[in-house]
Design a protein around this ligand. Structure first.
Ligand SMILES: C[S@@+](CC[C@H](N)C(=O)[O-])C[C@H]1O[C@@H](n2cnc3c(N)ncnc32)[C@H](O)[C@@H]1O
Length: 192
């Protein structure tokens, strides 16, 4: 495991194209990626990864034992999505906006997901976009399915009243200091 923050040229190029969409200047550390992946069951039937970027969390999910056929990767930046598809022949990588998740998944999977693992920069999104993205992510989950999200903020990535309105309950499950910036991992469980 690399013990340094990920200074990856593709990530920096994507940040220069669209800093708000990236939400960070460097990719997630291996420590953060593994802390996210630790929150999913290795025998999950379907996991959706949102905002895969340069693939740090994708790599950690595969290392956790998730079958490539049980993973679908979504990334909005077309160049990053192309690079992910080149790097991972399987799982499928879909270039598209998580706010249109249902349409994007339509031709691949219609079963509910066990988990959605998100690196999306929720806090730099406009409120309406954030609500749309979260509503789509949560509706893709089975009852008791988990949305795993990291944040750089000391506050929850989904404010309490919004989480309640979306039918999930959240808890912070870890803090990763070895990341730039340090991050917290939250798990939101779909109530029904
Ligand atoms: C913090 S970065 C990802 C970090 C990733 N774990 C890595 O190590 O590279 C956030 C990613 O979310 C993507 N993104 C932002 N908004 C998105 C959206 N609406 N739909 C899909 N991907 C999105 C960005 O293009 C970016 O790659």
């Amino acid at each position: 495991m690399s013990a340094s923050p990920r200074l990856k040229p593709p990530f920096l190029s994507a940040w220069l194209r669209n800093p708000l969409q990236m939400g960070a200047v460097v990719a997630s550390s291996d420590e953060l990626a593994h802390a996210m992946a630790a929150q999913v069951d290795a025998d999950s039937q379907l996991i959706i990864e949102l905002g895969a970027g340069t693939g740090a969390v994708t790599t950690a999910l595969l290392a956790r034992g998730i079958a490539p056929s049980a993973l679908v990767v979504i990334e909005k930046d077309p160049e990053l999505a192309r690079q992910l598809a080149r790097r991972f022949s399987s799982p499928p990588v879909i270039a598209g906006d998580a706010a249109r998740l249902r349409d994007l998944l339509g031709h691949i999977h219609d079963r509910p997901a066990d988990a959605v693992v998100s690196s999306l920069p929720l806090l730099s999104m406009r409120t309406l976009t954030r609500v749309r993205v979260l509503a789509q992510a949560i509706s893709a989950l089975r009852p008791k399915g988990r949305l795993i999200q990291f944040t750089y903020s000391p506050k929850p990535p989904i404010p309490g009243p919004l989480a309640a309105a979306l039918g999930v309950s959240g808890e912070r499950v870890g803090r990763v200091l070895w990341n730039l910036p340090p991050a917290s991992v939250w798990v939101y469980t779909k109530l029904s």
